[in-house]
Each structure stands twice: as structure tokens, then as C-alpha cells.
Design a protein around this ligand. Structure first.
Ligand code: SAM
Length: 210
């Protein structure tokens, strides 16, 4: 993992997982009891900025293992003074295991997880049965999991894991819509891939109540 060496103080928009102790109390973390949504592997933060600005009554947390990218996203949030949106630098699996309380968040977004193309690297992929279990344990009953990718075979893996998981039901995915301007995409990767003419696969699942 890369270390956070930059000098600019981005708190509270950016903090690292090493700054946390125990389970996050979301109302303490954000200073309100609004719903919380996670953006796993938030990258440069386009989704965080757009969603945070559009939905001031939802709290967003991006989790990004690459501190440089996480800080870059946090700078954008700080510049726009988006108070309901933060970035956590660290490995999301560590966060799921140690810092996210069971059934404590309203939605989890996983956009364009790294595909790890080479066969010998496939086991580094984020989506596994254990990861689907972590999603199921963390999201509230009725909460949503959104996952999009341009990688067809990875999407098939994600679908197989999520569609057959006892904790989830499949919902119809959102339709593709034409962007109104250059930043009108769900994420930076969606923009890059759509501009390159790639097909985007979109998945949506709801946590069952039992
Ligand atoms: C292909 S990029 C997609 C970024 C963004 N979601 C988008 O759609 O533009 C995948 C991101 O996931 C991050 N990532 C990979 N593994 C992670 C992990 N275990 N915990 C947190 N972030 C992770 C990478 O550093 C990278 O920024």
C-alpha cells in the first residue's frame, strides 16, 4: 500500500484506514444520521463529486487503496466544499472486516473493479464469494448494490456470484443514457470506456430482508 506523504491537510475529506479504531459510527463520522452509501475503489472521484453534490441528504464514502487517487478525489470535494462526501484511503476488504458495522449502509457502488486480465492475476479480483458475503453483511435489508464494468467475462462472474447469493435479489439494471456534458457519466472509467465505444454491463441487486 502507498503511504500518504502529501502535505496538504485534506481532513475531513481524506483520512486513512490507519486513522480508524473499531467500527465506524456513521452519525458521529458525518455529524448527522442521513443514509450512507459506499463507493468501492472510488478512483478519481467523479461519482463521489456528482452524487455528493446532487444528493446533499445522503452521506457518501469512497474507499480507495491508491492514496494518490484518493487524495485527488478528496481535493475535488474540498474545493467544492462538499460536506457529505469523504474518502477513506485503504483496502476495502480490511474496512469491511474491521470498520463497517453489519447492515449499516444503504447502498454500495462498485464501478469498474480492476479486471486483472492475466489469468495468473485473476485471484486478485475484488469480486469473490467472500466479497459478495461482505456486501451482504454490510448493506441494510432493502439496500442496493450497483456494479458496472466493461469486462464481459468479469461481469458474468459478478452476476453468477450476486444472482445466486441467498442475500440478494436481482433488479432490472438502469438504462444507458446519453451524457448531457463531458462530466455527465457515472464514473471516469465509464466515460473513458464509452468514449472508446465499449459496451458497459450494469448490474443492480437488492438485499433481501431475511
Ligand atoms: C479500474 S479503477 C475504477 C475507478 C472508478 N470506480 C471508476 O469507475 O472510474 C479501480 C479502482 O479500484 C481501486 N481498488 C482496487 N482494489 C481495491 C481495494 N482492495 N480497496 C480499495 N480500492 C481498490 C483501484 O486503486 C482503482 O482506483
Amino acid at each position: 500500500m502507498r503511504h500518504d506523504t502529501s502535505r496538504e491537510n485534506l481532513f475531513p475529506w481524506f483520512r486513512t484506514i490507519d486513522d480508524l479504531t473499531g467500527l465506524i459510527d456513521w452519525s458521529e463520522f458525518y455529524g448527522n444520521s442521513n443514509p450512507v452509501e459506499l463507493d468501492v475503489g472510488s478512483g478519481r472521484g467523479l461519482h463521489l463529486v456528482t452524487a455528493g453534490q446532487s444528493n446533499p441528504h445522503i452521506n457518501y464514502l469512497g474507499i480507495e487503496i491508491d492514496y494518490k487517487e484518493g487524495r485527488r478525489a478528496a481535493k475535488r470535494l474540498k474545493k467544492r466544499e462538499i460536506a457529505n462526501t469523504r474518502v477513506l484511503g485503504g483496502d476495502v476488504n480490511r474496512a469491511f472486516n474491521n470498520h463497517f458495522a453489519p447492515h449499516s449502509v444503504d447502498a454500495i457502488h462498485v464501478y469498474f473493479p480492476d479486471p486483472w486480465w492475466k489469468r495468473r492475476h485473476r485471484r486478485r479480483r475484488l469480486f469473490t464469494d467472500l466479497f459478495a458475503d461482505r456486501l451482504s453483511r454490510t448493506v441494510k435489508p432493502g439496500g442496493l448494490i450497483h456494479s458496472w464494468t466493461d469486462v464481459k467475462d468479469y461481469f458474468e462472474v459478478i452476476q453468477a456470484l450476486m444472482d445466486h447469493h441467498p442475500g440478494f435479489e436481482v433488479l432490472p439494471p438502469p438504462e444507458e443514457r446519453e451524457p448531457l456534458h463531458d462530466l455527465d457519466y457515472q464514473t471516469s472509467f465509464e466515460r473513458k470506456k464509452r468514449q472508446a465505444g465499449e459496451t458497459i454491463f450494469r448490474g443492480l441487486w437488492r438485499r433481501k430482508s431475511t
